[in-house]
Design a protein around this ligand. Structure first.
Ligand SMILES: Nc1ncnc2c1ncn2[C@@H]1O[C@H](COP(=O)(O)OP(=O)(O)OP(=O)(O)O)[C@@H](O)[C@H]1O
Ligand SMILES: [Zn+2]
Ligand SMILES: [Zn+2]
Length: 735
């Protein structure tokens, strides 16, 4: 037989994509490609993934080691998934092994143990050898290498073992332990609810028809732009049903925070035990079980957060991304992938149909739809002809001029009072948690900052603590200023705790509940709070982003955006877009059922175009103004952003590295005559200059979309030469 070699991808940070190993077993190529295997790299045993079988090796044949062991009974990656991984490697410049690793459930990573097996008890004179043989005999002829090393603590044990193996006295074996214990399969899907039938309305029907046709044809990409409460979910459900009817599978991605029990119940009510749920709150064992349910075809509908885009469905029909504008679809860890792009690519490879849905599409996506890269489906009306809520802007400067120093405008207070009286529910939205967002000394002006991060500490009233929201550092609130010893400590800036506190003072009889990451830490707390709201056992719900999107509470008629400026003032080119989206989304929680809704937006910049457009529910107008700015300033979608981050404990080193790298970049672009196609911003300190004792500098490149592929590998190579540097292509956070 001709020699065969496996190209094995390993999840190691640097180095080649694949390494060659000899195949010794008599197994067909098809049973090898996509299979997990144990191989030796240097003197380490590693788990790797066979991505190809060839008849030639990339190094001299006699230097090539054999594949030590094959894992699983059959390949775990399909050819399509391998192709997707190869694409990710090029797109995100990540190691091939890292791309493949994120397609497996976290628990699948094997713990590999090298075992020594005694084959015959030869008489030996060598002392070490007889020690080894005796030890093995005492252990029923089989020992893990590590255990043996403890019993026979000699330095040269490896070479002695090699001799014993050559003489046929011992052999090696590998035992592979999956690091998860498989518990009972996760059973969220079993709680099926009542199957309500919904009759789609005209605008839904048009969308459904178009998507279904594409699913039949196995090709197509859509942007479903439907206002809040227009019934997008029903479109997804019908399209999924259709895919299932013709024997295909569907993946539905939702932002982690929208993956509420309500959302899951909606899918399980419709599709029962065909649903697999995939989110970060699952334990490793649960994820592992779900993954295999999908892989084995027991689940045809996967509902999950970002990483569910890799769910191993067998016959992909449809991938839906709800709230496609959400930044959480972009991973900020290697591989730094964008689930929207991965979904698109996966659909192209596996003849699936992509549906991106949103009331406030990202600029990039809407631009792509405008160019014809995907088809635009519009649902301009709310279900049952419900009007969109009336939005009022309150100029907080005038409140101050009037002498109102409270965090609530007179208008908002009046509206809350009215709602309480009328027995209707209200939502107060604030996208910062804690009580006061910064604390300073009135005497010397010292601002209390985290000693590890260049960030103000946030006061948490329930614990009497100052906390850093980046590293978790906590201290008791100081009684006197640490610098000048003055007792006059002042608290500025309101967070959700403050809103809750003040609202309870003003309306002592109101039932107020707060929902943010501080109040949902306990298991089921999230569900319990939403249930209270659902049963109308709450009058006022105070919360962060967590309550801004997707929630469908019929009794909520008032939404107050307490400080629209917090999002607007973030130093990021997306801040206007984020603000428009946030205000539109949170406003969309109001007046979804019988009673009309009302929204009050408090701000110090009432004239800002993102707020003006949000007031009118005018996405188009916002888009036109924002896209013009993006084009003028060459921001995405008119360029690709490459963010090069440099971080480390020693600031001068970081600055030096940043300057050196910027010099190299300028020189490179000059030599390649790319000066007009790439703009270099910085080096400069990151907006958050220090986090967890690490200083952070950055260089931002705005790269013309046409030359990105020509230069990205060169830039990556430059960045890789600096151990303190990393790069991210089209990041979602510039902080
Ligand atoms: N054809 C229909 N007939 C009656 N009710 C419907 C129909 N379609 C959807 N609904 C109901 O309308 C409400 C709003 O729908 P849905 O939550 O899907 O809106 P959405 O477009 O996802 O909004 P958002 O962007 O705010 O999440 C839901 O309560 C849903 O059950
Ligand atoms: Zn002071
Ligand atoms: Zn900190």
């Amino acid at each position: 037989m001709k020699p065969r070699f496996a190209s094995v991808a390993l999840n190691v940070p640097a180095g080649s994509d694949t390494y060659s190993y000899k195949i010794v077993d008599d197994i067909s190529d098809d049973m090898l490609i996509g299979r997990r295997a144990v191989v030796m790299l240097g003197n380490r045993l590693m788990e790797g993934y066979i991505v190809d079988i060839t008849d030639h090796a990339d190094i001299e044949e006699d230097k090539i080691k054999p594949v030590e062991a094959l894992l699983d009974k059959e390949p775990i990656f399909t050819k399509a998934m391998l192709e997707l991984a190869f694409w990710m490697k090029e797109q995100y410049l990540c190691p091939l092994g890292a791309a493949l690793a994120c397609m497996l459930p976290p628990g699948v990573k094997a713990r590999i143990q090298k075992m020594i097996v005694l084959l015959n008890e030869a008489d030996v004179i060598d002392n070490t050898k007889s020690l080894i043989i005796n030890a093995l005999r005492d252990n029923k002829g089989r020992m893990a290498l590590n255990a043996l090393k403890k019993v026979v603590p000699v330095k040269n044990i490896s070479s002695v073992l090699a001799e014993l193996e050559r003489d046929g006295v011992i052999a090696y074996e590998y035992t592979v332990k999956e690091s998860v214990r498989i518990k009972d399969s996760y059973n969220e899907a079993a709680v099926s609810g009542s199957i309500s039938t919904v009759r789609p309305v005209q605008q839904q029907l048009q969308a459904i028809t178009a998507i279904n046709k594409a699913v039949d044809e196995g090709e197509g990409a859509f942007l479903l732009h439907g206002v809040t409460g227009s019934g997008k979910t029903e479109v997804y459900l019908q399209a999924i049903q259709h895919a299932m009817d013709i024997g295909k599978d569907a993946i539905v991605l939702v932002p982690e925070i929208s993956l509420t029990p309500q959302m899951v119940a909606l899918f399980t009510a419709r599709f029962g035990s065909s649903v697999a749920v995939w989110h970060s709150r699952l334990s490793m064992g649960e994820k592992y079980a779900q993954w295999w349910r999908i892989k084995n075809g027991q689940a045809q509908v996967v509902v999950g957060a970002r990483s569910a885009v890799f769910a191993p469905v067998q016959r992909l029909g449809l991938i839906v991304l709800d709230e496609e504008q959400e930044s959480s679809y972009k991973s900020d860890m290697t591989p730094k992938y964008d689930a929207r792009e991965v979904a698109k690519r996966r659909c192209d490879i596996e003849a699936g149909v992509l549906v991106l849905g949103s009331a406030t599409p990202s600029l990039e996506t809407y631009y792509a739809a405008g160019k014809g890269d995907m088809r635009l489906l519009v649902m301009p009306d709310r279900i049952n002809g419900k009007p969109l809520p009336h939005v009022d802007i309150v100029d907080m400067r005038q409140e101050i001029a009037y002498g109102n120093k409270s965090i609530f405008s007179r208008k908002l207070l009046k509206a809350v009072a009215y709602n309480l009286k009328a027995g209707q529910q209200s939502i107060l939205f604030m996208n910062r948690r804690g009580f006061s967002t910064f604390v300073s000394c009135r005497n010397c002006g010292l601002v209390m900052k985290c000693p590890h991060c260049d960030i103000s500490l946030v006061y948490h009233s329930d614990k009497g603590q100052l906390q850093c929201h980046y590293c978790g550092y906590k201290i008791a609130v100081p009684k006197v200023c640490p610098k000048c010893k003055s007792p006059y400590i002042r608290y500025f800036g309101a967070g959700t705790q403050r809103i809750e506190h003040d609202v309870k003072q003003i309306f002592p009889h109101a039932r107020v509940v707060r929902m943010d990451t501080d109040t949902v830490t306990k298991k089921n707390a999230h569900r319990d709070i939403l249930r209270l709201v659902w049963r109308h056992e709450v009058d006022i719900l105070v919360g962060t982003q967590m309550i801004a999107k997707g929630l469908d509470f019929p009794e909520v008629t008032l939404v107050g955006v307490v400080a629209a400026d917090t999002a607007l003032n973030i130093p990021d080119f997306r801040s206007a877009e984020d603000t428009f989206q946030l205000v539109t989304q949170v406003a969309g929680r109001a007046g979804r059922a019988a009673k009309p809704g009302m929204v009050i937006v408090q701000t110090y910049q009432p004239e800002h175009y993102s707020l003006q457009a949000a007031v009118k529910h005018d996405y188009e107008s916002f888009y036109r103004q924002e896209i013009e700015i993006r084009e003028r300033l060459k921001y995405p979608p008119f360029s690709n952003i490459v963010k090069i981050s440099l971080s480390g404990k020693h600031l001068p080193d970081i600055i030096k590295a940043a300057e050196d790298m910027a010099g190299e970049l300028h020189c490179y672009l000059n030599n390649m005559c790319y000066n007009n196609d790439v703009e270099i911003l910085g080096p400069s300190p990151a907006p958050m200059e220090k986090i967890k004792d690490e200083y952070r500098w950055q260089i931002i490149l705005k790269v013309d979309v046409h030359i990105m592929d020509d230069i990205k590998y060169d830039i990556k190579r430059m960045v890789d030469r600096y151990s303190c540097a990393s790069m991210d292509i089209n990041p979602y956070s510039m902080l």
